[in-house]
Design a protein around this ligand. Structure first.
Ligand SMILES: C[S@@+](CC[C@H](N)C(=O)[O-])C[C@H]1O[C@@H](n2cnc3c(N)ncnc32)[C@H](O)[C@@H]1O
Length: 186
């Protein structure tokens, strides 16, 4: 959506908006996947994508923000930034040995994610969850939050390797809830 591009480009114009650390769940489970093609859904400034490229994956890094993608374009020969709107982007079927989706939610993609994995392929998915602290959140904001157990139920056709729902503290000490899943397509 055009308004997502404008909103996120505004954030990324601020040089401080980036994720400097590789996601813990990516570090924990990436090696369960055979080396091959990986897809990073909503890659942002590419920290996880670059990590995976360095581990030997060919990484398609999709995001709507051209400013975020420019931050890591050219940093690795196996890293392919793709500027696209995930509201309409189609994940090719039977293509990826690893798909990661970190701190982003678009439910439309769920069936494409399942189809996009090759047999034996690994999904690593972690994002925000509805929680008691989010009562201020309007319904539009809730579209970006998982319900309890929703992530688990959405990928039950895969073999679940790991699932948890936890509470974490952010940098400004607010609490937020996240759901984390690692699963394999059999
Ligand atoms: C919270 S950031 C997460 C970035 C990265 N996955 C990480 O964990 O560091 C969410 C990302 O989703 C991207 N995004 C938001 N709406 C999008 C859309 N409709 N299509 C593609 N990317 C989108 C934003 O540009 C932003 O980079």
């Amino acid at each position: 959506m055009q308004k997502d591009r404008i909103r996120w480009n505004e954030k990324y114009k601020n040089k401080e908006t980036s994720c400097s650390e590789v996601s813990g769940i990516v570090r924990q489970f990436y090696s369960s996947a055979a080396k091959g093609r990986a897809l990073d859904i909503a890659a942002g400034t590419g920290t996880n994508s670059l990590f995976l490229a360095e581990q030997g994956f060919s990484v398609d890094a999709v995001d709507i923000s051209d400013i975020a993608l420019k931050r890591f374009a050219g940093k690795h020969p196996k890293l392919y930034p793709i500027c696209a709107d995930l509201d309409t982007f189609d994940i090719p079927g039977n293509r990826y040995s690893l798909i990661i989706n970190i701190r982003f939610l678009n439910r439309r993609l769920f069936p494409y994610i399942r189809e996009g994995l090759v047999p034996g392929g690994i999904l690593i998915f972690e994002t925000y969850l509805e929680g008691p602290g989010q009562d201020y959140c309007q319904s539009s904001c809730r579209d970006y939050l998982l319900r309890g157990n929703e992530l688990l139920h959405s990928f039950l056709s895969l073999k679940i390797l790991f699932y948890q729902e936890t509470k974490e503290a952010s940098r400004n000490e607010n609490e937020f809830h996240i759901a984390s899943l690692a699963a394999m397509k059999c």
